[in-house]
Structures are given as structure tokens and as C-alpha cells.
Design a protein around this ligand. Structure first.
Ligand SMILES: Nc1ccn([C@@H]2O[C@H](COP(=O)(O)O)[C@@H](O)[C@H]2O)c(=O)n1
Length: 604
């Protein structure tokens, strides 16, 4: 159907992505309550724009997503069911749209204006909203108010003028279109890397709060627990159990985030009346949950029906956000899909990209550099590229340039692959979005400095981590290992499954996510073949200088790892106890600028 029923006029046809895309495998299952879920979008609102797979899978922009939501809401009306739109946080740090703002601006302020244009029913705060006080303040002042009590920060406060208050609201109670009473929370995992004057209350303490007890006291038709907290291996059971202690049978729908993976758990506590879903990262996934919930209690009471106790039927699906997916599930064609609202969002995002000069070109990348599809170290590794780029970029106009050094950064600061071809301001910011500074300690004997990287990686390496270190790193937000584990598993499983590669070849599948989770049936909406995976260390460094063991050198490091680095430096030597007093600023060049400076020199 290529006539635009929604707006009564025909829109210009949008270009399809440069590569042909596989259609979804089957229609979505709609039930009485349905949820569209986004999480960890990190500013990826213009879609993934590179032509190599898997990028085209995720090529839909936020305007396309808006049109999708509009049509899905119309379908929900036709089917006479509930459809909610939920986000689980982390809107900052990830692309030029969020991080390419001019000096004096606030991260993600402009990109969040587009988020505000979608009809979200519920949103939760993420850890990336808390690394910098001004970002949190912006969420408090300019973002939360748009959502009229539905932007939730159940355990997160900001201090303004000496008064600590929730960034959004602690909880929300509302009625769905079909009259279902909902009690909602928006919870952050036990994050400890937050800025001064923001606070994160441990989940364990939150569930003991008076407001919490009061909020969950009355029985709704269902609990909607959104949160920036992984659905596996985190604290959802604490909240779940607190609710279950009061309401043994009330349906609980959980929408999590943070680990950047596609994940689902049916029944956290095997009670058949709850489900949890996590929907990936970077607008590479739009999650779908459906639940066959009974009619609203108020209607049932009116009809004299009993309390419902049966297991609830749930489904989930992980959608690749692109126009083929969106058109397939909305029954629209390329001429009838776009809504005027969606198109205006796309235009607005393109205008913002221009204003921020995101297509400014630093050079031409000679080939692809990936985070995990190529070994580390190697010519094709983003991490190796960074190790090579740091000594170039951080020594420009630097009076310490001639002093031998070792430069260390955390691998987690590198967030995305670099593709061959023009390397733009946007590419620079997607690969390295954190405006972190570089610090140094002077006169560290080479024999000690050279032990710091291996020691950091020992402390961070999966197999060798002790539980206390693991817990501390996790609390500070180091979660990249969980994503890597997930991608590795899908690759490994495929290698080990007999006939898998032949079947994939026969089906002509493109690269993408191949999810296995704890819910029944296949979760991915579109079948793919998994990406190759190579593991990498948690920390990387520039090549060591050729000096004698006792030579004093500069130990240069990104500020994000300052406390860990000092701790490790004091473990690998006993000549001196280093403190923050020994630390100075190495260069005004920020982590966000390194790859651009390198590209200008090496790729022009
Ligand atoms: N200033 C910063 C802030 C964060 N990081 C890296 O991001 C990781 C957390 O990101 P999630 O999306 O997983 O929450 C954190 O572990 C760091 O690796 C950074 O480098 N600099």
C-alpha cells in the first residue's frame, strides 16, 4: 500500500540503504500489552551510515523510527490493544550528534531535543547521564520536564543549591489506553563512577525506602520496571522480590539495559508471570515485548471474574532498525511509510549534523579498523590504531615531546569501528566519544612504568580478576567485557555447530547479531551470520621507548583511569608512593581529538 493514509498526501520516496537488506523472518506477535523498547542509544539517531555489513542493518534514523512508532500506534488502535514505548537510558556519549557540540555547549543537549519528539511512555536514566554534572543538570532542567513525570530516576539524585533531589521522578503511576493501571520504576545499577553532586543509591537500599514501599503498596494491573540495569547477572531480583513479597501474582514487565546486548529472561523467579528484555545498543536493536495480560482488574471485578493466576504468554523480538524492517512490520511501502513528523525529525537531525560540521574530513581511512573483528595487535585493529595515534597526537606542540614516554588508555574508551573511506568528525566521535584529558607522572623509572600496562590488564583480564576487583570495575561502569563475551559466544557457537556455515551460505545471510538468550524460540527478527570475534585487553599502550631500566620517563594516561593507574604504579614499585600530587596535565588535546589529528597527518 503506497498511499499515505496517515497524512492524506504522498511523501517523497526515501532512498533505501546502499545495500539490499534481508526482510524480517515473520510478523510480530501482538498481544493485549505490547512494548517497543530502546536502550543505550548513545546519540546514534542518524542511523548507521556505512555501506559495509552489518552497518546497513541499522540504517534507519530516528525519523524512520518515529514513523514506525506512529504506524505501530495506529495498528495497536486497530487491534484494540495497548502499545507502550519505553527507553532504558544512556542517551549521551557516542556520536557527533551527541558529542560534536561547539565549545560551551552541553553533551547531548541538541540530540535529546529529537528524543523529546517521540511519544515515550516511560524512560529511565543511564550511567552516561551522570559522568558530568552539567549533563545531569541538563536532564533535570530540560529533558525530564517534557515527559511529565515519566522520566524516572528511582535511585538517582542531583544536588542543586545544596538540595539533593531526584533527576526525574522516583516512580510513575498511570493508566494505559485500554485502562490498565501501571506502576512504573526507573532504576540504575549500583554505579559508582558518577560526578560530584549526583548520587546513586544502591538498589538494595532503594527497596527499603518508605517511598518505595508506598509506591508498590496498591496493586496495579502490571508493574513496568524500566532500568539501566542488565537483565542478567545484576540486581533486578532485589526489586522483583520486593514487589513479589507484596504482590505474588501481579504481572511484572522488566526493560533493562547497560551491557549493550540482546537478552531476555522469562520469569526472573520462575513464576510464569514476569519477563525481562534488554535491547542492545547504538540503535542497532529495537526491542519488542508482547504479553497476553488479562483485562484491567477494574473490568474483571465489574464482570465478577476471579483473580487471574495462570502463567502469562510473553514473546520478544529483536528488530534490526532499518526501513525494510519498519515497513514490513507496519505493512507500509517506501512511498507510504514516512510520516510528516518522521521526515521533519530526519531533516532536523541532518541540519544538526551540518551545524556541528560532522562531515568535516580529516583524511581517508585506508581500510577498515575494527574493535573485535580483527586480532589485537594488528593492522586492522582500532586499538592498535589508537596505540599508534596517541604518540603522534598527544605530542603536537608539547614541550615534553622529546622525553621518552609510555601512553596508556582504557580500551573501553574506544566505542566503534572505523570504516575505510572518508574519516570525518562524526567517525572520530563514534570511535572515541569521551572528552577525557591526558595526564602524566614525570620521572617514573622505565622498569616500573613498563610494568603498569601488564599489571592493569592482569587486574582487568577476565580469567584472572579477583571478585573484589571485578565488582569495583563493574560498579565504575566497566561493562565492555560482557558485550565482548556475548559476541564471542555467538561466533563460537556458530563455529561449533555442525553444518552452520553451509546453511548460512545457502541462505545467503548477511553479517549481524545471532542471539541466544534464555527465552523460548528465536529472538532475532532477521537471521544473520555472526561477526568474527577476537578478544582484546582492557587497557592499551603506545610502544615502549628503547631506554635503560633506570631511565626516567613520562607515564602518560587518560584521566578516566587515574585512580587505578596510581594504585597499580604503587604496586609494581616500592621506591616511591605516588599520589595525585604527582600528576600533571600532559596536553590540552582531548581523547576525542586524537584520531582526527593522526588522520590529518597519516591519511592525507
Ligand atoms: N569519561 C568516560 C566515560 C566512560 N568511559 C568508558 O565507557 C564505559 C562505560 O560505558 P557503558 O556504555 O558500558 O556504560 C566505561 O567503562 C569506560 O570504558 C570512558 O572511557 N571515559
Amino acid at each position: 500500500d503506497d498511499h499515505d493514509h496517515a497524512h492524506g498526501h504522498v511523501h517523497a520516496k526515501r532512498e533505501f540503504p546502499s545495500a539490499p537488506l534481508t526482510r524480517p523472518s515473520r510478523p510480530l506477535q501482538w498481544d493485549s500489552v505490547n512494548i517497543i523498547h530502546t536502550t543505550d542509544s548513545h546519540g546514534w539517531l542518524l542511523g548507521h551510515q556505512k555501506p559495509s555489513f552489518p552497518e546497513p542493518n541499522y540504517s534507519g534514523d530516528f525519523g524512520d523510527f518515529s514513523s514506525f512508532v506512529t504506524h505501530m500506534k495506529e495498528l495497536a488502535l486497530q487491534k484494540d490493544v495497548d502499545l507502550l514505548l519505553v527507553d532504558s537510558g544512556d542517551l549521551h556519549d557516542g556520536t557527533g550528534l551527541s558529542d560534536g557540540y561547539p565549545t560551551g555547549g552541553v553533551d547531548a543537549h541538541a540530540s535529546n531535543e529529537f528524543f523529546k519528539q517521540l511519544p515515550y511512555d516511560l524512560l529511565a536514566i543511564g550511567n552516561h547521564e551522570l559522568y558530568i554534572y552539567n549533563n545531569t543538570l541538563d536532564m533535570y532542567r530540560n529533558f525530564a520536564p517534557r515527559f511529565n513525570g515519566r522520566y524516572l530516576s528511582s535511585n538517582v539524585n542531583i544536588t542543586i543549591d545544596g538540595v539533593s533531589r531526584p533527576v526525574g521522578d522516583r516512580f510513575a503511576k498511570f493508566k494505559t489506553r485500554k485502562g490498565r493501571q501501571v506502576t512504573a520504576l526507573g532504576v540504575l545499577f549500583d554505579f559508582t563512577g558518577n560526578d560530584f553532586n549526583t548520587t546513586v543509591q544502591p538498589v538494595e537500599d532503594m527497596v527499603k525506602e518508605h517511598w518505595f514501599t508506598e509506591a508498590i503498596k496498591d496493586e496495579p494491573d502490571f508493574f513496568l520496571l524500566a532500568g539501566h540495569m542488565p537483565v542478567s547477572r545484576d540486581n533486578w531480583p532485589l526489586i522483583f522480590n520486593a514487589v513479589r513479597a507484596v504482590h505474588p501474582l501481579t504481572p511484572i514487565l522488566i526493560l533493562g539495559g547497560h551491557t549493550h546486548i540482546r537478552d531476555c529472561r522469562e520469569s526472573l523467579q520462575l513464576d510464569g508471570r514476569s519477563m525481562s528484555l534488554e535491547s542492545g545498543r547504538y540503535m542497532e536493536t529495537v526491542g519488542w515485548m508482547s504479553a497476553e495480560l488479562p483485562a484491567p482488574k477494574i473490568h474483571r471485578r465489574h464482570n465478577g471474574e476471579d483473580h487471574d493466576t495462570k502463567n502469562i504468554t510473553f514473546t520478544r523480538r529483536y528488530l534490526d532498525p532499518n526501513r525494510v524492517t519498519y515497513e514490513y512490520h507496519t505493512g507500509r511501502g517506501n512511498f507510504s511509510f514516512d510520516t510528516a513528523w518522521g521526515q521533519s525529525i530526519t531533516r532536523g537531525l541532518e541540519k544538526l549534523a551540518k551545524t556541528f560540521d560532522l562531515s568535516f574530513q580529516y583524511g581517508v581511512a585506508p581500510h577498515d579498523f575494527t574493535l573485535s573483528q580483527s586480532p589485537f595487535p594488528s593492522n586492522n585493529s582500532v586499538l592498535s590504531l589508537m596505540a599508534e595515534a596517541m604518540p603522534v597526537a598527544l605530542t603536537v606542540n608539547n614541550s615534553r615531546a622529546s622525553i621518552p614516554n609510555i601512553m596508556i588508555t582504557n580500551s573501553g574508551s574506544l566505542r566503534f569501528d572505523i570504516y575505510s573511506g572518508p574519516f570525518t568528525k562524526n567517525d572520530q566521535l563514534t570511535a572515541s566519544p569521551f572528552a577525557d584529558s591526558f595526564l602524566y607522572i614525570a620521572n617514573v623509572p622505565f622498569s616500573a612504568a613498563s610494568q603498569v600496562l601488564p599489571a592493569l590488564n592482569n587486574a582487568g583480564a577476565n580469567e584472572r580478576r579477583d571478585i573484589a576487583v571485578e565488582t569495583e570495575l563493574y560498579a565504575r561502569g566497566y561493562v565492555g567485557a560482557r558485550y565482548r563475551e556475548w559476541v564471542q559466544e555467538m561466533y563460537q557457537r556458530d563455529l561449533e555447530t555442525e553444518g552452520a556455515s553451509a546453511r548460512r551460505a545457502a541462505a545467503n545471510l548477511t553479517l549481524g547479531y545471532v542471539t541466544t538468550d534464555s527465552c523460548p524460540g528465536v529472538g532475532d527478527d532477521t537471521p544473520h551470520t555472526p561477526l568474527a570475534f577476537f578478544d582484546s585487553p582492557d587497557f592499551i599502550a603506545s610502544a615502549s621507548p628503547e631506554v635503560t631500566d633506570d631511565a626516567p620517563i613520562d607515564l602518560v594516561f587518560v584521566d578516566f583511569i587515574e585512580s587505578q593507574l596510581i594504585q597499580i604504579l604503587n604496586q609494581v614499585q616500592s621506591e616511591k608512593v605516588f599520589t595525585t600530587e604527582d600528576v600533571g596535565t600532559y596536553t590540552p588535546v582531548l581523547a576525542t581529538e586524537i584520531l582526527g589529528i593522526f588522520a590529518q597527518q597519516a591519511w592525507n
